[in-house]
Ligand binder design. Sequence first.
Ligand code: SF4
Length: 307
Amino acid sequence: MTASQESPLGDVDVEAVREGLRSWYREHHREFPWRETTDSYEILVSEVMSQQTQLGRVREAWEAFLDRWPTVSDLAAADRAEVVAFWTEHSLGYNNRAKYLHEAAHQVRDEYDGEFPRNPDELEQLMGVGPYTANAVASFAFNNGDAVVDTNVKRVLYRAFDVADDDTEFERAATELLPEGESRLWNNAIMELGGVVCGKTPQCDKEGCPWREWCRAYQTGDFTAPDVPTQPDFEGSRRQFRGRIVRALGEHDELELDELGPRIRVDYTPDGEYGREWLRGLLSDLADDGLVELEEDDGTVVTLLGQ
Ligand code: SF4
C-alpha cells in the first residue's frame, strides 16, 4: 500500500468509533423539530434559515413559515414580496435567501413535477442551494447524502484522529467513517459532536465525548485545531492527565495503581503530592464518566472499559 492509499484515520477501529458516536447521539442530541421530519421542503427551509441565524431562533421562524406556506407548491404560489417581508420580520438575514428559496420552489414545481430531486448533484441545481445545503437535504430527507465536511467536522477529525489539515484528507477521513446507508443519522451526529462537544473549547468530559478513548488531542492535551491556532483556555492539565490514563490503559489491559502512576507522571510517588490520592481523584472522574473501572483491593487494579 502506498502512503497516499493509507487511511487518514490510521489503524483506528472504525466500527467501534461509529458505534460510539451512534450511541452517544441517540442519547444526547439536542432536539429540533426539523430533525423529526423527513420532508424535503421542510428540511430545505430549516437549512436556509439556519445559514445565518442561531438554531434557537430558527425554530420559531421555521414553524411560522410552514404555517403560512405548508408545502412547496404553497410557497411557489406565494407572492415574492410577502416571502421577503416574512424574512425581514423574523430577522433571518439576507433577503436574497428568501428570494432564492421562493425561486427554488418554482423550480421544484415547474421542473420536477412538485417532487424534490433526491441526490446532492440535482439538489444543487436549485436556486441558492450550494453543495453543503444540497448534501444536507439529501441526507436528512432521503438518507442519500455524502459525508458532510464542514468546519466543525474538520476540527473533530483533526483532533481525534490526527487527520492532516488538508481538504482532501478530511474528505477521505469523513467518507471512510460514514456508515453506508446511514447519512441521515451519521451526518447529524458528527456535526453535533463537532459543534457541541468538540467546539473551539472542547467539552470532552463534561459532554461525555464518545471518542475520548481514541482521541489524540485528549491523550496529548494539545487541543489546537485548524481553526483554533492556540491552545484553548481551559482546565488543561487535569484533562491532559486523564488523557494519559486512558492511553496507558489502552496499551495494557489493566494496571495496578502504582504501575499506572509512573506512566502518568515521572514524579509519581505513592505517598507524595502526585501519588495515589491524586491519581484516585483523576480515576474517580473517569469512572464517573464510565471510562474506567476500579477494583478496590490492596493494589487497586484499574481497567479501561470499552465504549
Ligand atoms: S475527546 Fe475532546 S478533543 Fe477529542 S474529539 Fe472528543 S471533544 Fe474533541
